[in-house]
Structures are given as C-alpha cells and as structure tokens.
Design a protein around this ligand. Structure first.
Ligand code: ME8
Length: 651
C-alpha cells in the first residue's frame, strides 16, 4: 500500500546572512516533525526556501553594489550551509527566483485575472518597505508608522491590480467555523476574526510599478507581482505545481504550514482566499509559533542580544540544540532563551538524567555480567511500575507529538528516564551483586537496558546521533519508532559496551564565558560586515539626480508661529508655520524626542512646500520641516543664519 503523504513547509525566508536562533526555530521544528512523520511510516516531505524578490532586496543589493541576483545567490549559499550544520533534512529548497516558480506565479495571476478575481485600479495608501506590506491610514499606528514593525511608511498612489479579497470574507469565516483545526493555536483564529475579518476585508493591491525586481504580470509588464503572492506560491512550486502533476497531487494540500506569529494574517487570510479563488484545496493546518526572546527581549543585532546557532552547535552539538529548542519552549507561545538555562538543562537533562542512566546501565552490565544482556525473568513487583510507565510513555508521546506539544512529548520521555534512574536506586543492583543474586540482578539490568532502548527510539526524531550512540552501546539495531511501544524486545546475549560518556558535565560559569565569547565574536564579525556594507551604502546611498529633479523641490524658509503636541500620537508635534502664504501651514513632524513644543516657536526652519499632503492620525500635514540627524541619533532642525523673512526661496 502506498504510504500516506505528509507535506510540511517552513516560511520562505527573506534572504538573511545572519540567521539567529529565533529565525531557525521553525526550521528546526519542521525538520523534527518530518523525521517523526517518516518514522511513523508517512511519506513525509519538507520544504524550505528563500523569498528573494521585492523592493527591500533590490535596494539592499544596490547599496551593497551588487545586482539583486548576485546579492541573493550568496545568501542562499550561506543559508543552505547553516541548514547543513543543523542537519536539516529538507527535500526541496525553493527559491522565488527559480524559473518554474516564476512561471507559476504568472500562471496563478493570469488564472485569477481571467476569473475576474483580479482587476485593475489605483492604489492609495501607505507602504512599509521593510515588511513589504500595504496599510490604510486607519491601520497605521499612533505615530503614523507601520503597525507591524513601527517603522515609517510612505504614501503611495499608483496604478495597481487588486485581488478581490473582500469577496472571500464570509467564506473564510465559514471555513474557520467548519475547520476548527485549520489555524492553531486556536486563539489565533479569534485574533484573525476580531482584528481583520469581522472588521471587513478590503481588496488587496497585488502588483507594484515603482520597482522591477519581481515577477512580471504576464499581460502587463509595467507591473510586478506583489511579493507575498510570489512567496506563498512557493509552497506550490516546491512540490511541482504545473510541472509535475503526480508529485503535486501526492503532496497538496499541505499537511501543515509552520510559521511565526508575525505572518499569520498572510497565511490565514490572504493565502486561503487565493486558494479558494483558484478552486484549490486549502492546507490542512497552519500552526503559528511564538517568538524566541533573548533574556526577555526581542532578538536584535543592534541591541547585541542575539544568540546564533553556530556557537551552540560547535560547543555542545546538534542534538543538544534541537533538544533544548523543543523542550524549553512551548510551541505556540513566546519563549525566553537564556544561555544559563541552556547549560543548566544540558547538565540536568542530558548529563544527569539520560547520560547517567546510559552510563550506569552499561557499566553495571559490564561489571556484573561480562557486558552481556541477559533476561533471567526473576521479576519483582517493583518492575511493573517501570514497565507500565514504559508502555504508557509511547502512547502519550505520540499523542503529544501529533498535537505539536513537543515540549510535553520530551517531558514524557524524560519522566521515564527519571523513573528508570529511580529504579536503579530502588533495586540497588550493587547489593544484588555483592550478595551474588545474579539472576535477579540480570533481570534488573535487562529492564534498564530495555528502557534505554525504548528511550532511544522515542528521541530519534530530535536526537538522531544520541539514538545511534545508545543503540550502539547496547549492541542492538534500530527497530523503529513503533518498537518503543513494546517492552522486552532486546534479545539475550547482546554485547554491551560502555564506551565514552554521551554528554560530559559542564562547568556552567566557565561555559557561560566561553559561549558568550564565541557568540560575541560572531556578533562582532557580522556587525563589521554589515558596517562595511553600510559604508558602501553611504557611497551608493542615493541615485544621482538631474538638476530638473532637484528643481522639483520647493524649499522655503518658514517661521514657527505655534506648536502643540499631537493629541493622538506620542512622538508627533503639530506646527503652525508662516511660509509667506495667507494662512500659516499645518506641518506635523516626528521630532518630539528632541524638541519640546515651545523650543522652536519664533525660529526659522526649512520647509518642503510642495510635498503631497498626508493625514497623520487624523490631522493633515502640508509639507515637511527639514532636519539633520547624526550617526549616533541626535537631531537638529535646520535653520538659517540670517533673518530673510518667511517664504524666502531656498535653492
Ligand atoms: O516573514 N523567534 O520571512 P522572514 C521565532 N518571507 N521566530 C522568529 C524570530 C524569533 N525571534 N524571528 C523571526 C518572512 N522568526 C516571509 C515569509 S512565507 C510564504 C514568506 C520567524 O525571513 C518569523 O516568525 O522575515 C518567520 O516565521 C520566519 O522567522 C521567517 O521570517
């Protein structure tokens, strides 16, 4: 019988040469899930990839003095290298610049257009370039910035194609109702309904004309397709959409899209609506995990509070990092990474619990029975509690893994490990050895070896190397995950070898220093690399412009008549400025961090007079006050050295 397929996706990452532990979270989980499903007998397929188009990448590449393709090629190599270091077993690495994928994006676009679900119009609104996201005015945050990342947005009016997202609001609502398992954790559904769907969905702008690093709209090459449609379609391209029907039909619909909580809206609203419009089945599940914070804060290189996976892999191995990430964090909620906790857990769970059980069991078998496993069946009441826990462990582990409760599943295995360690203390094999009760002793040692075998099979999806080592020490072969449901599989006569320790105890304080040194070194190296890029950025910072371009700016001197704090925004000041017109202009500026409302009254400032008006939190700003900002973040409004009068031209 053909195996049942199980298709897992990670997000399609923006090219990033400095992936930190938080970025690798989804991929580590996806890898473990794939291994687990495979061990369960599924035809599991896992993909990851890179989301390489868009304005942000085009601009970053330009600043680095490279073509976008040159720029992303290098990062793709680095990313693949990191996945190799973490032994991530993906099946396809899809790139949004792959030719077949680009054709797929065009195909999808054309199909939706022909169906009438994409139409041409004009986009008026705000765009956040770093997040490649459109916003309406009412969606902006209190400072008029992007509600997702807090960075400035810019107003845009451009011809665009729209996707009729509004048409799918009711269908989505119904779908959520009929498929409560579609989006997990469940509170994310409430979030999507309350924050977006119930508020009414507006049609989505799905093309851009202001840059060209993207997939051309097939019948209108002035436009490129919006990066999120491009990226989401990667999930289809990675399994042969339009190019390999057999493969595609085998794996679609996806069993699970694993994503971070910041991109739920794209996956739980836009993506299903697109698929509905394409008459395609929806993914069976979207699971959104939380953030890995670093010492309770969002990881950010500028704050220096980042943990990179490389030092952890180098110092403590792949198995430990995967174990920690799965055991420590509750998949679905935010979690806090701490190096000390990492090292302490290494000592308590890996050295004390698992390592200790392996070394005591194997060394006692060597000491008391010449290294030979022998079940003499001299049982005792006390054995039953260990055996019954072992039996329960398998079912519980499977149930928890199947419901994405990875931390609980590992805790279940560790409960068995700790029970087995207690069994050693209860049965006191050294006393049995001293009293020459060798038959009872061998039964005890058999039970311990068998528990270890079960443990080794259960942890295989997470800690493949450790599984291999334990089985090697027991002199036994890998019988698969299912074999962990049975107690008593080890045959008599196996030759055990203690060998070296699985995990060596760490001196936490000493290791903290070593780990931080390695990690800080990496932060330093990567910051220098970024700074070199930044320096280049200054050289390349803006395109050369013609005199005609410069002449389009209408700059004048203005006198500040009045200033008050914006009633609905923390960072904004509202100015009344005389620029030689009949009425003073209202101009809003985000300089409250540097100036209080009275500081600039009576001062001459430089005003951009012909900037398109923009509403900021309900007040319309007509123009802009120019200021200079130093590298360390200080700011000064630009003024004139002489009193020339309001409205004086600046050229
Ligand atoms: O969003 N903890 O790509 P991306 C946990 N290209 N997860 C984190 C994290 C942290 N500290 N920081 C980042 C994109 N992530 C799009 C995806 S899919 C069709 C397109 C996660 O490179 C984040 O939540 O910005 C996201 O799931 C993933 O890293 C990739 O983010």
């Amino acid at each position: 019988m053909a195996k049942q397929s199980y298709y897992i996706t990670t997000p399609i990452y923006y090219p990033n040469s400095n992936l930190h532990l938080g970025n690798t979270y989804t991929t580590i989980i996806a890898d473990v899930l794939k291994r687990y499903k495979k061990l369960q007998g599924f035809d599991a397929y896992m993909i990851t990839g890179t989301d390489e188009h868009g304005q942000k990448i085009m601009e970053t590449a330009k600043k680095a003095g490279k073509t976008p393709k040159e720029y992303v090629d290098k990062i793709v190599d680095e990313t693949k290298d990191l996945w190799k270091k973490l032994d991530i077993k993906y099946d396809t690495f899809v790139r949004s610049t792959d030719k077949d994928h680009e054709l797929n994006v065009q195909h999808v676009f054309e199909k939706l257009y022909n169906k009438g679900d994409i139409y041409k119009g004009t986009y008026k609104g705000y765009y956040c370039t770093p997040d490649e996201t459109f916003w309406t005015e009412k969606e902006l945050d209190e400072n008029g910035n992007c509600p997702m990342c807090g960075r400035p947005v810019h107003y845009e009016e451009e011809e665009t194609y729209f996707f009729r997202l509004s048409k799918y609001a009711d269908k989505l609502k119904q779908y959520y109702k009929d498929h409560p398992e579609f989006l997990e954790p469940h509170f994310r559904q409430t979030e999507m309904l309350n924050n977006f769907i119930d508020k009414g969905l507006t049609d989505l702008s799905v093309t851009r004309t202001s840059f060209d690093w993207g997939v051309d709209v097939p019948f209108d090459s002035k436009h490129v397709v919006y990066v999120w449609i491009d990226a989401l379609t990667c999930y289809l391209s990675a399994i042969g959409y339009e190019f390999d029907d057999e493969k595609f039909n085998k794996y679609w619909p996806a069993s699970v899209h694993l994503i971070g909580k910041d991109i739920v809206r794209f996956h739980a609203i836009i993506w299903p609506a697109l698929l509905m419009a394409l008459d395609m089945p929806l993914p069976k599940k979207i699971f959104a995990h939380g953030w890995i914070l670093f010492e309770n804060d969002k990881m950010s290189k500028s704050k220096g509070n980042i943990m990179y996976p490389e030092p952890l892999i180098k110092l403590y191995g792949i198995d430990a990092i995967k174990y920690f990430v799965l055991r420590e964090f509750n998949f679905g909620s935010d979690g806090n990474f701490s190096s000390r906790k990492y090292l302490e857990r290494y000592n308590s769970d890996l050295v004390n619990d698992l390592g200790n059980l392996v070394s005591r069991t194997t060394s006692m078998i060597e000491k008391y029975n010449g290294g030979i496993i022998e079940n003499t069946n001299v049982n005792d009441e006390i054995d039953n509690s260990l055996k019954s826990l072992a039996h329960e462990t398998y079912d519980k582990f499977i149930e928890q893994m199947d419901s994405f409760k990875f931390n609980e599943a590992l805790e279940t295995v560790w409960t068995l490990i700790r029970r087995a360690n207690k069994y050693v203390d209860e049965t006191e094999p050294w006393i049995l050895g001293r009293d020459e009760k060798i038959e009872r002793l061998n039964t005890v040692l058999y039970n311990l070896a068998e528990t270890l075998r079960i443990v080794s099979q259960l942890i295989e999806p997470v800690m493949e190397n450790t599984t291999k080592e334990i089985l090697q020490k027991l002199g036994f072969e890998n019988k698969g995950l299912k074999s962990a449901s049975e107690f008593g599989i080890l045959p008599n006569g196996l030759k055990v070898s203690k060998g070296k320790n699985l995990f060596d105890r760490l001196d936490v304080d000493k290791e903290l220093e070593i780990l931080h040194k390695e990690n800080n070194e990496l932060i330093k190296q990567r910051t220098i690399k970024e700074e070199n890029k930044e320096n280049k950025k200054e050289e390349f910072s803006k395109d050369e412009i013609s005199y005609e371009d410069f002449d389009k700016l209408d700059l004048v001197l203005g006198k500040v008549l009045d200033c008050y704090e914006h009633p609905d925004a923390d960072k904004l000041l509202v100015f009344k400025i005389d620029i030689g017109e009949k009425e003073p202009r209202t101009i809003i500026s985000g300089i409250k961090k540097w100036y209080s409302k009275d500081d600039l009254i009576g001062k001459n400032v430089v005003v951009v007079k012909n900037l398109a008006p923009r509403k900021m939190r309900g007040i319309e700003s007509k123009g802009m006050i120019l200021s200079a900002e130093s590298k360390d973040g200080d700011l000064s409004v630009i003024s004139s050295l002489k009193e020339l009068g309001a409205g004086s031209k600046i050229s």
